[in-house]
Design a protein around this ligand. Structure first.
Ligand SMILES: [Zn+2]
Length: 397
């Protein structure tokens, strides 16, 4: 029993040292000792072990603080790799990511048949390829999937687009690839990605990341940790009711959900309806088969209909954000996903809605901005979840 405790203490200390190396570009043993309150000898022993494991390397000499110039240590970013998967779009993306969140290799597969077996087969095809790549050793697979997920057990409870219901995805992938697997909701993964690799988020910060693409979901980070709620569905704001009466039927079965008025699908539908009406009058057939790109082009050129559609979507987004502000009072909100292509003017409509629909004192201190990771957010977040578990980095524990 005592032995186990010593081992636990040692692992705890080792993780603390590793955390310091992860959090700094370069750091000396003395600085680690100062920041962790571990003795110099303990730090030296643990660093030696991490160097043995090839996770840490001595990279140069730092500036003297009076005495001898310290040797600087740095993370060996290519010592281990993880795989991140993003299943949230009309094509699946997979990537190999190194310890600094740099993408080393990617595989993309368009999904043609949307049924549960084809979707799972596509996941296997991507992973078959990535696990055979030259980037080794791999320490795990992180998956960001749309839908409701039980992250602890790695079960996709319900992902409507993929027709997955109670799918034990982690178990399936673990037995096929013999690697640890984490599965999480795509918006929660995007939040973790933004928090880990986006700019300016300090550990212990609070943050809400809202993913506004073909669906709408959010990830809530409280004190530096993802908050998933009791059933894993915290942040599922896409089905908040924002249209009082006569709302459009949502894929969830209710009417007037946020997703029916504020996501990419909704703005394309509205734009098509409006331009269709115009077309009848002007006989202008150019608007057929509208894509988000063409809508954005019209929007950037100041097309009044495009402006109206995006402004309406922004207003409803603002309304939903006001509910989040009123519930959680988190100051920093980051928007990611396809709708961010409408940029600052869309953001401005959202920001202008907040003081009108949330308590003024709360809205005033809330900052809404657009995320920085672009389309890689979900992949990076899914892989970041693995990197938070340092024990996976060690060959055999
Ligand atoms: Zn709904």
């Amino acid at each position: 029993m005592k032995k186990a405790t010593q081992q636990q203490t040692k692992e705890h200390n080792r993780n603390l040292v590793l955390q310091m190396v992860f959090e700094h570009e370069n750091i000396s043993r003395a600085e680690i000792s100062r920041l962790t309150s571990l003795t110099r000898t303990t730090v030296s022993d643990l660093v030696a072990e991490l160097i043995d494991e090839r996770l840490v390397a001595e990279v140069g000499i730092g500036e003297s603080q009076g005495g001898k110039s310290p040797i600087l240590l740095s993370l060996v970013k290519d010592a281990r790799y993880v795989i991140g998967l993003d299943l949230a779009h009309d094509q699946f993306h997979g990537a190999i990511v190194n310890l600094r969140g740099e993408i080393c290799e990617t595989v993309t597969l368009p999904i043609l048949d949307w049924d549960s077996e084809s979707a799972l087969a596509a996941v296997y095809r991507i992973l078959d390829q990535l696990t055979q790549s030259s980037f080794q050793p791999l320490v795990g697979i992180g998956v960001g999937t749309p839908g409701l997920v039980n992250t602890n057990e790695g079960i996709v409870i319900n992902a409507v687009n993929l027709e997955w219901k109670d799918l034990p995805l982690a178990h399936l992938l673990r037995s096929r690839y013999n690697l640890p697997v984490f599965v999480m909701n795509d918006s929660q993964a995007a939040a973790l990605g933004e928090y880990t690799y986006g700019a300016g988020h300090r550990s212990e910060d609070n943050l809400i990341v809202i993913n506004v693409g073909h669906g709408i979901g959010s990830g809530i980070i409280i004190n530096g940790r993802l908050f998933q709620g009791d059933g894993g569905g915290a942040g599922e704001i896409g089905h908040l009711n924002v249209v009082r009466s006569g709302g459009i039927l949502c894929r969830c079965g209710n009417r007037g959900c946020l997703e029916t008025v504020a996501n990419a699908r909704a703005v394309l539908r509205d734009a098509q309806t409006l331009t269709g009406a115009t077309r009848e009058r002007s006989d202008n057939g150019e608007h057929h088969g509208m894509s988000l790109d063409s809508l954005k082009q019209a929007y950037d050129q100041g097309d009044p209909l495009a402006r109206q559609v995006i402004n309406d979507a922004g207003y409803f987004m603002g309304l939903a954000i006001s509910s989040l502000i009123g519930t959680l009072n988190i100051h920093k909100i980051v928007l990611v996903g396809e709708m961010t292509c409408f940029g600052k003017s869309w953001l401005d409509v959202i920001a202008e809605t907040l003081p009108k629909t949330a308590l003024a004192g709360l809205a005033k201190n809330t900052r809404v901005e657009i995320g920085q990771l672009g389309e890689n957010g979900v992949i990076l977040g899914a892989s970041a979840l693995l990197l938070k578990d340092y024990s996976l980095l060690f060959s055999r524990e």
